[in-house]
Write a new protein. Structure first.
Ligand code: DGR
Ligand code: NI
Length: 461
């Protein structure tokens, strides 16, 4: 934990230094208006794959775009109260997570919980039949993007994780062995057959959820300016996507609600990207020599971040003039830290379905058991029936866990009470839960563990 914080501080300092050095000047970036655009894409950004709208079935466009509008009509999109480097921010983009029942996705210290899409063997109640239809459309899109991603990876020969340099057998070595020992061939070919484990391509494109985004730039007049290249208004700043399965593909369906084609006559004489259009911006991480790339996105266009692109490069979303939806399909990692995250998001999950309330109640039961077990351990330690050595061993194991618990409780109490949290409308107001008073007879330990921790520390001395 400590080391990570240190690393992120160093990163931040490096970023600040670069920005200072840049001063008033900007780094170069290319758009389709530049002659070298396609060359740069092919050489330095080849793992960014674009599928234009006209190559995608019209019927799919129809149901997906309808789904976006339905979800918006039912007020299912919410701005998230995220925490970046210890500070609270309300994202300009509103979001909703849809996916496999029981899946979650954590980004910027905020865990979102899926509104389940319909799947066999699950009975899911939706608050409205239109919401069922919307979720069904998104799983259809998911299936389509999965197939397209597999195909794109195969075409780029990225379907297997290549462990070049180190462990894989090189062509030359294989030639030699072909000469010498026929029997070796069998063993080696097995190295190249797809394995059905975490390195195989199926696993890295089997999206378990999609994070949907919505933003109307007119309602967000204070967008951040892109700082390195002068690309203009950003809806999402430069970042790597977090908490994804390594080398998994991210697939994005873009629906910018473009009006009628307006006057773009003078386009070829203007520098930089068209501020009216939405773009995805890309840059190579920690590299200021390679020019950036801004790829315009038109309604229905899809882009894919294949293989390790998300690790080697950063991306951002550049705002256009019109409102825009996107559906970003991912293979999310499974993690912990659910209860406080869930209640922090207020009552928003009631909007679409009641699916999460049962598992959350179950989880709270287990959590309460853990609270009781904690108090039993503390009792044991207090009894003084053990040797000093045994007691100290228990305390040394236990103290760091209690301290972490206390730190997290403090952080979540603060997040729930911050100014921005207070300013949210009632149904979105964070709920700090579980939370109880010292005199609550149903709880064995206080919420604030400061004293408990101090007591243990004195016992150790
Ligand atoms: O085209 C798009 O709408 C792209 C959206 C996008 O880049 N989302 N990224 C994230 O949601 C995100 C941000 C920070 C960490 N992990 C994921
Ligand atoms: Ni992203």
């Amino acid at each position: 934990m400590k080391r990570r914080a240190g690393a992120s501080e160093k990163k931040e300092a490096k970023k600040q230094k670069l920005l200072e050095e840049l001063g008033e000047s900007w780094l170069p970036y290319l758009t389709p208006r530049d002659a070298e655009f396609h060359q740069l894409w092919k050489t330095r950004y080849s793992k960014l794959f674009l599928r234009k709208a006209d190559k995608i079935p019209q019927e799919l466009h129809h149901i997906v775009q309808e789904a976006f509008l339905t979800l918006q009509k039912h007020d299912c999109f919410f701005q998230d109260l995220v925490r970046i480097k210890g500070k609270d921010f309300l994202t300009p983009v509103s979001r909703i997570l849809i996916g496999n029942p029981g899946c979650t996705y954590k980004y910027l210290n905020t865990r979102l919980f899926t509104v389940p899409w319909p799947m066999e063997d699950y009975e899911i109640k939706y608050c409205h039949p239109e919401l069922f239809a919307a979720c069904k459309a998104l799983i259809k899109l998911n299936d389509y993007l999965n197939v397209e991603a597999v195909q794109a990876l195969q075409e780029q020969n990225l379907s297997e994780t290549r462990e070049t340099e180190n462990t894989a057998v090189t062509d030359r070595e294989q030639d030699i062995s072909t000469f010498i020992k026929g029997s070796l061939l069998e063993v080696q070919s097995s190295l190249y057959t797809p394995r059905n484990d975490c390195t195989s391509l199926k696993y890295r494109t089997s999206y378990n959820l999609t994070l949907l985004n919505y933003m109307d730039p007119l309602q967000m007049p204070y967008l951040k300016q892109e700082p390195y290249f002068g690309m203009g208004n950003m809806a999402v700043s430069w970042h790597h996507d977090e908490n994804l399965i390594e080398r998994s593909t991210v697939a994005v369906y873009n629906y910018s609600c473009e009006g009628s084609a307006c006057d773009k006559d003078n386009e070829q004489y203007v520098e930089g990207r068209d501020p009216a259009d939405w773009h995805v911006g890309l840059k190579v991480a920690w590299d200021i020599k390679t020019p950036g790339l801004a790829i315009p996105l038109h309604p229905g266009d899809c882009y894919f971040m294949l293989d390790d692109l998300n690790m080697t490069h950063q991306h951002c979303v550049l705002a256009g003039f019109e409102p825009r939806f996107s559906s970003t399909h991912r293979v999310a990692e499974v993690e912990f830290e659910w209860l406080r995250q869930f209640w922090f998001q207020g009552k928003r999950y009631r909007k679409c379905t009641d699916w999460w309330f049962e598992p959350m109640a179950k989880l709270e039961e287990f959590w309460k058991k853990m609270e009781f077990m904690t108090s039993l351990v503390l009792c044991e330690v207090g009894k003084g029936e053990r040797t000093m050595e045994q007691r100290n061993e228990i305390i040394s194991c236990f103290l760091p866990l209690l301290t972490e618990r206390q730190e997290l409780r403090k952080e979540w109490t603060a997040r729930c009470q911050c100014q921005l949290a207070m300013s949210l409308p009632e149904e979105q107001k964070p709920k700090c839960h579980p939370l109880w008073k010292d005199d609550d007879p149903s709880m064995p330990l206080p919420y604030d563990l400061e004293e408990v921790i101090a007591n243990l520390q004195t016992l150790l001395e």
